[in-house]
Design a protein around this ligand. Structure first.
Ligand code: MN
Length: 234
């Protein structure tokens, strides 16, 4: 006798692929911490001596952000210091363990503009009390992502501007080439800790200039060749 689920759960998050009718199903969300030197310094860390470290956000924190729309983004509960972190998102079409740096980019499906939204007060408290980061990093809807651009269209962006504006004021303005650990290094190192699989996303870190949002703020995040996303905090 075949077994059936006792209840229905939400389907996994799907990110639209730019210029197609295709959807990219999300398996896991990995994030790298402090991957731009100037941001590491603004967070009180020394960027030169730290090996990379990673954390996860729950896969259902993805908020799909279609191009050209101002997407309402719900200010989450239990925080008074909710921060934006503009990031390039890497989407994997395949994975494995102990992937070599030279092979790493062969596993990438494409790239997108993203935000690693963070309840900074809860993250800071977790750091101080040596507790896990989930309450700071994995709030509902805390991973807005724009359309996914396949490698076949955009290649592997290693340079180009990454910018974030709040109410048309530039807050983050850096270049992808300022990453401490490249995308291929991130994939290689992460695959020593976890078996990476198709559908995994990697948020590749944020540059300097992070800050808080309040209700009514308009966030505009753009990366050269990957377009932009627009959100309004509600
Ligand atoms: Mn981040």
């Amino acid at each position: 006798m075949s077994k059936t689920p006792v209840l229905a759960v939400e389907p996994r998050a799907m990110i639209p692929v730019a210029g197609t009718d295709h959807l990219f199903p999300v398996r896991r969300i990995y994030c790298i911490g402090r991957n731009y030197a100037a941001h590491a310094r603004e967070m009180g860390a020394d960027p030169t001596r730290e090996p990379p470290f990673f954390f996860q956000k729950a896969a259902d924190t993805v908020q799909v952000c279609p191009t050209g729309e101002r997407v309402p983004h719900v200010y989450p509960p239990m925080t008074a210091n909710y921060h934006f972190e503009a990031e390039m998102v890497v989407a994997l079409k395949s994975g494995g363990r102990d992937i070599s740096e030279s092979d790493a980019l062969n596993h990438v499906f494409g790239y997108a503009v993203g935000l690693d939204m963070t309840r900074r007060d809860l993250q800071d408290e977790a750091k101080a009390l040596r507790r896990p980061w989930e309450v700071g990093k994995s709030a509902d809807h805390s991973a807005p992502v724009g359309l996914l651009h396949p490698v076949t269209d955009v290649g592997h962006p290693a340079r180009g501007s990454i910018t974030l504006r709040v109410n048309d004021v530039v807050k983050q303005d850096a270049d992808l080439s300022a990453m401490i650990w490249s995308v291929s290094e991130q994939i290689a190192i992460l695959s020593r800790y976890f078996e990476l699989k198709a559908g995994d996303l990697i948020f590749s870190g944020t540059p300097e200039g992070v800050g808080a949002v309040t209700k009514g703020d308009h966030l505009h995040v753009a990366i050269d060749t990957l377009g932009a996303i627009d959100l309004v905090v509600v």
